[in-house]
Design a protein around this ligand. Structure first.
Ligand code: MN
Length: 209
């Protein structure tokens, strides 16, 4: 069983002028594809290292599985979190939950933008559902997977690697993030939030109060 690169859910130039077509083409066809290939290769090599009983190489390929697998997942979420003719603000349960956990939508937006803008080097800004206590949290992931809260369910992600914005925005990461809000597909985020609420972990009592 191998992983596949899903097609971009819209045309390359569909998010113009906020995200340019040339960036999306390279980002999806080259960068995302490399993580899918890297994940498949790492899993093959992991199996070989296991077979050979080489535990040092098992550990090495486990790290590559985590890096490339998170790269594959994060990019797929990122494409689906965006859509042409979207932006604005969420509605319904998600909007209420954001107000409950962050105070206001504006406060959430500021916190998420800040998390994304200040990732050191390459990383992502993330909104996730934390099911232990039942709350929304923002996280700043380094690379693709570091600083993730295990158990949290990703809902909305913004790519802050330079390849996501450099052709159009150069070093102006904050300008890219501000433009990115104009293409956030809140319907998709809300659907992920509703699905996350139904996720059941095997109960482990007294994890939160
Ligand atoms: Mn990327």
């Amino acid at each position: 069983m191998a992983y596949d690169l899903p097609p971009l859910p819209y045309d390359y130039d569909a998010l113009e002028p906020y995200i340019d077509g040339q960036t999306l083409r390279f980002h999806h066809d080259k960068h995302h594809a490399a993580y899918v290939n890297g994940l498949n290769a790492a899993l093959d090599n992991l199996a070989k290292a296991r077979q050979a009983g080489d535990m040092a190489m098992v550990q090495h390929y486990e790290r590559l599985v985590a890096f490339n697998g998170a790269g594959h997942f994060n990019h797929t979420l990122y494409w689906n979190n965006m859509a042409p003719g979207s932006g604005g603000e969420p509605a319904g349960n998600l909007a209420q939950r954001i107000s409950h956990d962050f105070g206001t939508f504006e406060a959430f937006k500021k916190e998420f933008s800040q998390a994304t803008a200040t990732v050191e080097g390459s990383g992502w800004g993330l909104l996730a559902w934390e099911p232990m206590a039942g709350r929304l949290i923002t996280l700043a992931l380094m690379n693709h997977q570091n600083s993730m809260l295990v158990g949290a369910i990703p809902l909305l992600i913004c790519d802050a690697w330079e390849h996501a914005y450099y052709l159009k925005y150069q070093n102006r990461r904050a300008d890219y993030i501000e433009a990115w809000w104009s293409v956030v597909n809140w319907k998709d985020v809300a659907a992920r939030f509703e699905a996350a609420l139904k996720c059941q972990m095997l109960p482990m009592p007294a994890m939160a109060r």
